[in-house]
Design a protein around this ligand. Structure first.
Ligand code: LLP
Length: 424
């Protein structure tokens, strides 16, 4: 009797053969499916502005695609403002093409904001006074911490007393006064309470926004729901009901319009939702070894390539793509780990660094292992730890693949390091 095909065998991505893509581009490689990004953007069209939180994936090609789709952008550093401008975004306009969000200005940020008059979503009262000095008349929104938060892990919860983010809700009036004194135009309110928002908390946030807008008064003409829209990393999880999410915020916006007597723009600021599912990280199994009772698949991507499992215990679906196209009929419990010289370099782990096994198809050295939903905070959070090159990124649309970031070279990694002459 023939065994039923095992689950988690995955051979094609965006219509193309993974083995062919891996042979052509090498591994590890982040593949992106343009169609998925387009679909996610279209799902949020009800909002007046979709402001992409580019920290999730700031590759220039992805930014340029967002621009083509009519999306505006959030930038959290001078570097992200620079990228946005390189991708064709302009800071001016209604809504502004670029918005800078941070809790402080570093020297680079001061320079780029002053030069290009970038509107700012301020996260601390000090920023208002400082901005008034280096960019008089600047357009400002206030990022408020409503006093509570929610996140998929403690590291992504962005509200409450222990969060470093935003302006404490009780200081709203003080900030309005600081704004008048500094000569900047405070015209909007923003709340991002954490990544992984669920609906229980959402109506609380919406209520907090309505009461803050009342306190803000007629000068408020834009509110932002922030980001945090979740995606189903576990395939059995339900998708967020985007219609219901919009409806809650729209209700809050309408209440605010009624209270203030004028139109109010409603923005949303997702990162993960727009890009997470668009990408898979393809890596090759280079060794399979048994350690006591555990079987390890050792792959050529590590937490330098994808840090989410090591940093947050995040779950990513994993599949196997057999390199020789054979049919796999058995699965086994395995640990998936990378090449770094650090025991935490494991993709199958839970929060707190607990290593767990995953039921995966029987693989051979040379097969490819696919980590799914890596488009958000994948390439964007990768590093050169262990002096490993940043992975290649490839965008696929209509059956053709284009390199959107070349694999880094070792020369490139070392280019800014200097050996003092006395050591030579
Ligand atoms: N807006 C603000 C002000 C934010 O701080 C963030 C995320 C977003 C929007 C976008 O959140 P998203 O829609 O992508 O959940 N590295 C973590 C996530 C950190 C999020 C930081 N701020 C991860 O890999 O899950």
């Amino acid at each position: 009797m023939k065994n039923a095909p095992v689950k988690n065998v995955f051979t094609r991505f965006a219509g193309l053969s993974i083995t062919e893509l891996a042979a052509k581009h090498g591994t590890p490689v982040f593949l992106y499916d343009q169609e998925i990004i387009e679909k996610r953007v279209s799902e949020l069209q009800q909002f007046d502005a979709i402001r992409y939180a580019q920290k999730a994936c700031s590759n220039l090609a992805i930014l340029a695609l967002m621009k083509k789709l009519g999306v505006v952008v959030d930038a959290v550093s001078a570097g992200e403002v620079f990228r946005a401008m390189k991708a064709g975004f302009k800071p001016e306009g209604e809504p502004p093409g670029i918005l800078f969000t941070a809790d402080l200005f570093d020297a680079d940020a001061v320079e780029i904001i002053r030069t290009h008059r970038i509107p700012v979503n301020v996260g601390s009262p000090d920023m208002i006074t400082q901005l008034g000095k280096f960019c008089p008349g600047a357009l400002v929104t206030l990022r408020l911490n409503p006093g509570f938060g929610h996140g998929h892990s403690r590291k992504t919860n962005t509200g409450g007393e222990w969060s470093k983010h935003g302006i404490w809700h009780a200081q709203l009036e003080e900030c309005l006064r600081l704004g008048r004194e500094a000569g900047v135009k405070i015209h909007g309110l923003h709340m991002h309470i954490g990544s992984g928002t669920d609906f229980e908390h959402l109506s609380e946030v919406c209520d907090a926004m309505v009461s803050a807008a009342r306190r803000g008064g007629p000068q408020i003409d834009v509110i932002s729901a922030g980001g945090g829209l979740p995606i189903p990393y576990h395939k059995e999880e339900p998708r967020i009901d985007v219609g219901a999410y919009f409806h809650l915020w729209d209700k809050a916006r309408k209440q605010i319009e009624k209270d203030l007597g004028h139109a109010v723009r409603l923005e949303v600021e997702p990162g993960r939702y727009l890009v997470a599912e668009s990408s898979a990280l393809v890596t090759q199994i280079r060794s399979i070894k048994k350690t006591g009772d555990n079987l390890f698949y050792l792959v050529d991507a590590g937490f330098d390539t994808l840090v989410r499992p090591a940093m947050y215990g995040s779950y990513h679906d994993i599949s196997i793509c057999p390199a020789d196209g054979r049919e796999i009929s058995n699965s086994q419990e395995v640990v998936v780990a990378g090449p770094l010289c650090e025991s935490g370099d494991v993709f199958t782990q839970e929060e707190g660094g607990v290593v767990v096994t995953r039921l995966l198809p029987e693989a051979q050295v040379g097969d490819y292992l696919v980590l799914h939903d890596t488009g958000a905070y994948g390439a964007a959070m990768s590093s050169n730890y262990n002096t490993r090159k940043l992975a290649k990124e490839v965008l696929i649309s209509n059956g053709s693949d284009e390199v959107i970031r070349e694999r880094q070279s070792l020369e490139h990694i070392l280019q800014f390091e200097r050996i003092p002459a006395r050591f030579l």
